[in-house]
Design a protein around this ligand. Structure first.
Ligand code: BDR
Ligand code: CA
Length: 308
């Protein structure tokens, strides 16, 4: 099975993506590396542990960075709830986080699974940037890196041009994007291009079973928020996980050089894309443009243990 390490800030859509990975027979989820992002680190760690309890999986959880590398950043509690899981009362997790820091866990797994490790990031890139600064040879041991982040044509969701994961910690994103020669990028625009109808998501979450019931509870607040500003559900991290798990579902991708603007009052955190190959830098990213919608929904159903 393919060894998969997930760096995440759970988060309602992170939770779905993690369930998708746990449901894959072809992948072994080695651990969840946690950062602050959607909400503070104490919440994102607790949420990861709660999710694993509900899924009845003993995957280790590694606490990582509790803030961006340089500048303070605003969270996304208004989307995910103050605790990141919809502010419903959840039982205290049965287990605790490991003693090892997430950045060190990334490095250790990269040695233990050198040349085979698949890394998926669903949150700010702080932990991965730190790991890369500690050991710049890290990319040589990673088989694949899949990143949810960015707004490739400037349609941000946190500032005008910036997507949340990049806007939260642009310096970290810069370090990762300039340090890895190749990664798959699933950005906010791709997310918007792959909506899931409210009818579909409501039908899935209305099904019997512990996982649909749990996901319905933690996502209710987010669903109301999305319904206030969009006509369908968007699962950014779920789409990234679909690309990670079943890359042959990608129907259209574009290879380009991608970077991040780390300065500026309005443009800090903007994604830079050399669409026309004018900068002379080799392509480092494969940007997702179109993914098989039916396959995406099938992976979601499978994550929630809903029979086809
Ligand atoms: C990203 O931001 C977060 O709120 C989501 O979990 C996702 O990772 C989308 O911009
Ligand atoms: Ca996330």
């Amino acid at each position: 099975r393919i060894p998969l390490l997930i760096d995440t800030d759970p988060g309602v859509d992170d939770a779905l993506a993690i369930l998708m990975a746990l449901a894959s027979e072809q992948h072994e989820v080695l651990g969840l590396c946690i950062a602050a992002g959607n909400v503070g680190l104490e919440h994102t760690c607790r949420n990861a542990l709660c999710l694993l309890d509900v899924a009845q999986r003993e995957v280790p959880v590694f606490a990582g960075c509790d803030r961006p590398l340089l500048h303070p950043a605003a969270d996304a509690a208004f989307v995910h709830g103050n605790d990141g899981f919809g502010d419903v009362s959840l039982p205290t997790p049965a287990r605790s986080v490991e003693a090892e820091h997430a950045a060190l866990a990334i490095l250790r797994f990269s040695h233990e699974h050198a040349g085979r490790l698949h890394l998926v990031t669903l949150g700010p890139l702080t932990n991965l940037a730190l790991a890369l600064r500690l050991d710049p040879s890290l990319p040589s041991r990673i088989d694949r890196l899949t990143v949810m982040g960015g707004a490739v044509t400037g349609r941000g969701n946190t500032s005008l041009p910036a997507e949340f994961n990049i806007g939260f910690d642009p310096e970290a994103a810069h370090i990762v994007m300039s340090g890895f020669g190749h990664f798959d990028l699933i950005d906010w625009e791709a997310t918007l291009a792959h909506p899931i109808s409210f009818e579909a998501i409501d039908a899935y979450l209305g099904r019997p079973g512990e996982l649909p019931r749990f996901y319905q509870a933690i996502s209710a607040k987010t669903r109301r928020w999305i319904a206030g500003c969009a006509s369908a559900w968007h699962a950014a991290d779920g789409l990234a996980m679909a690309v990670a798990l079943e890359p042959d579902g990608c129907l259209e991708v574009e290879s380009c050089w991608v970077g991040v603007e780390t300065e500026g009052r309005q443009y800090r955190g903007a994604t830079l894309v050399d669409w026309q190959r004018r900068g002379g830098q080799p392509a480092n990213a494969r940007i997702l443009r179109r993914y098989d919608a039916q396959r995406f929904e099938r992976l979601i159903r499978k994550a929630l243990a809903i029979a086809d």
